[in-house]
Design a protein around this ligand. Structure first.
Ligand code: FAD
Ligand code: SF4
Length: 326
């Protein structure tokens, strides 16, 4: 790990001005992702601004939405009664993330900002356009079993790692940001950037902008929601495929659905076409298969990850079956 300077910020303005003074500065929250990357020298920030003292931990109802502060710990959000009652898929997605120890430290903001687990990205001896723009992509013709099949580009096929982001994508969440030019909000759908030819740019955050929190509109039918995650081992692993689903069911007919996929896309993958197909359709296997086909349309693998295309479909069908059975 390279030497760095450390400061502890006491308020958002002091955090912003400290980070703004040093190019390459990073905020540190739980440290469970950033410290790993610093030890690997994938990231070598000259300055760490510790944001833990900031009053950004609250979880509260605000203007028809549930607001979750960026420094709320994953454990606290997963266990929160309002989250469990109104957005069970968020609680499930969090409980299926990492390990209890990590969830005790990891924060909502840090989770949304965590970097890809692509092995080439994490190995500084290999080419990676995301880590070193223009150096090439080791995964394209290398080991790519875990890489994405949706939203890829000839420059990067890294899968988006956060389970929480997938659940939030299905729920039309808003990300609240604080920057030196003031506060702003952005839809989660617009927060993550496809890799295109600039895979090093992952989000719409401006330099040194801070995530203050996220809000989830109180969608009445989000209580009938679930998150299904498929992975190599049952615990402590990232998704090979996952599906976040909320369903408004009237009798045996689906009135509305919200769907996002994880583990298969370079960003959390909202499935608008599949949602349209399900609106007004019978809640049966045939409708689910049609929706799953639409959700994975346009997917393309690189050989070792081709299995993710049928796996993504099956994961979504399982999530839809589970949601209507609730
Ligand atoms: C073994 C292991 C298994 C894991 N499994 C899973 C899994 O299954 N699913 C899953 O979703 N995650 C998983 N994770 C990732 C884990 O959830 C993240 O490491 C964690 O959520 C990051 O949060 P943090 O607060 O520790 O972030 P930090 O490490 O402190 O920060 C991460 C990044 O976010 C930035 N950042 C932090 N807070 C803010 C903010 N408020 N505003 C702007 N930028 C900010 C930091 O500058 C840094 O770049 C796993 C991690 C490990 C080590
Ligand atoms: S897939 Fe993306 S992160 Fe992985 S090596 Fe290629 S450019 Fe880097």
């Amino acid at each position: 790990m390279k030497p760095f300077t450390y400061v502890r910020a006491q308020s958002p303005p002091t955090a912003l001005s400290a980070a703004g003074r040093e190019s390459g500065a990073r905020y540190i929250a739980g440290g469970t992702n950033l410290l790993d990357l610093m030890k690997l020298e994938v990231e070598s920030p000259p300055l760490l601004v510790d944001i833990n003292p900031l009053a950004l931990r609250g979880i509260e109802a605000r203007a028809g939405a549930l607001y979750i502060g960026a420094l709320a710990r994953l454990t606290d959000v997963a266990g929160n009664a309002q989250v469990r009652r109104n957005f069970p898929l968020v609680a499930i997605a969090l409980e299926e993330s990492a390990s209890p120890q990590l969830r005790n430290m990891a924060t909502i903001g840090g989770n949304l900002m965590q970097r890809t687990r692509c092995a080439y990205f994490r190995d500084v001896a290999t080419p990676c356009n995301k880590r070193r723009p223009g150096s090439g992509c080791g995964a394209l013709d290398g080991e790519n079993r875990r890489q994405a099949v949706l939203g890829t580009s000839p420059h990067c096929i890294a899968v988006s790692p956060s389970d929480l982001a997938v659940a939030l994508a299905a729920l039309d969440a808003t990300v609240h940001l604080s920057g030196s030019n003031g506060d702003r909000e952005i839809e989660l759908a617009d927060f993550y950037r496809l890799p295109g030819d600039t895979p090093q740019i992952e989000t719409a955050l401006e330099p040194h902008e801070l995530i203050a929190g996220v809000s989830l509109p109180l969608l009445p039918f989000a209580s009938r929601s679930t998150y299904v995650k498929v992975r190599d081992r049952a615990q402590y692993d990232f998704a090979l495929a996952s599906a976040a689903v909320a369903v408004d069911l009237r009798g045996t007919t689906i009135r509305e659905a919200r769907i996002a996929l994880g583990g298969v896309g370079t960003i959390p993958w909202r499935c608008a076409q599949a949602e349209r197909l399900l609106a007004g359709a019978p809640a049966d296997r045939e409708s689910f298969e049609r929706a799953a086909q639409a959700a994975m349309s346009g997917a393309g693998g690189r050989g070792a990850n081709d299995y993710k295309i049928p796996l993504g479909r099956r994961t979504l069908i399982r999530a839809l079956e589970s949601a209507v059975a609730l």
